[in-house]
Design a protein around this ligand. Structure first.
Ligand SMILES: C[S@@+](CC[C@H](N)C(=O)[O-])C[C@H]1O[C@@H](n2cnc3c(N)ncnc32)[C@H](O)[C@@H]1O
Length: 268
């Protein structure tokens, strides 16, 4: 199977048609949250129009269609995972219930819900709820023999003992503090604007790839966006596969991954 490759198209079609069953060790998925198209009512809004946190066509579904879409892509992921494979799915309160219900029905086991605390999250604009500052990542496994690289996670933990040794994981929890991607890591156009609204931090993805795969394993991302999963997998000597439906983001990911890298020699 070809790896270190980006497919342009719908992930459900490509997962069912182009990816071999029982072949992928780890899937990192950052799907649409069905959050767009819902404007926020702001008192004294002076932006000249409705305010949206994220407003992208790929992120707008009717509720029943969203549940159906969730069933289809998670079922397709289940088929291609190896017998002890892992599936990490990013979510918020908007879609966590649907993701967990669908995954459990398929027989996936939920091992952890990792909380990402966004240290630079948006201010409380509506003043009608508690301030949203977290996203979640559900870690599901197929079968009971999953990989968890405990030693690698101890190494990942920036906190060390007084004499510089790795610490036990008592103080490294299912919780990680990281800012929303900014600075040099953020993909920006010449006008300085972000090129993708939901680019994920590399450090977050590094945690999951280290924990649940080994060198040379295959890591697949069905919602590739800017290609963050590919970049981290490449750095950690894993093979990777990305799928992205939007031609603009597909080109962006290609540039990000193939820039300065001799990756065009796709392995088989
Ligand atoms: C939440 S973003 C992922 C961002 C990514 N994690 C990153 O760091 O850049 C979801 C991406 O999935 C893509 N997408 C939406 N529906 C898709 C589908 N059916 N098949 C493949 N890609 C899809 C969108 O175009 C978008 O780029």
């Amino acid at each position: 199977m070809k790896t270190n490759i980006i497919y342009l198209g719908d992930c459900i079609t490509i997962l069912n048609k182009d990816i071999e069953e029982n072949s992928v060790n780890l899937i990192i998925a950052d799907p649409p949250y069905n959050l767009s198209g819902k404007s926020l009512n702001l008192t004294n809004n002076q932006t000249g129009g409705a305010f949206y946190k994220v407003n992208e066509n790929w992120d707008i579904f009717k509720y029943d269609d969203y549940v159906e879409f969730t069933k289809e892509w998670i079922s397709a992921c289940y088929k291609i995972l190896v017998h002890n494979g892992s599936l990490y799915i990013s979510c918020t309160q908007h879609n966590i219930a649907e993701l967990i219900t669908v995954s459990k029905k398929l027989g996936l086991k939920l091992n952890n819900i990792i909380t990402w605390y966004k240290t630079n999250s948006m201010p409380n604009i509506t003043k009608r709820t508690f301030t949203h500052s977290t996203e979640f990542v559900c870690w599901f496994v197929k079968g009971s023999n999953w990989i968890f690289n405990y030693e690698a996670i101890k190494e990942f933990n920036p906190k060390k003992t007084k004499d510089g040794q790795k610490k036990q994981l008592r103080d490294f929890l299912d919780f990680i503090e990281l800012p929303i991607v900014q600075g040099r890591e953020r993909m920006r156009g010449e006008n300085g604007k972000s090129l993708h609204p939901t680019q994920k931090p590399e450090k977050l993805i590094e945690l999951f790839i280290l924990a649940s795969s080994n060198e040379n394993d295959i890591v697949l991302d069905p919602f590739f966006g800017t290609g963050t999963t590919g970049v981290v997998a490449q750095n950690l000597n894993r093979r990777w596969i990305g799928i992205e439906i939007n031609p603009t983001y597909y080109e962006l990911a290609k540039k990000r991954l193939y820039h300065n890298l001799e990756l065009f020699n796709v392995s088989n």
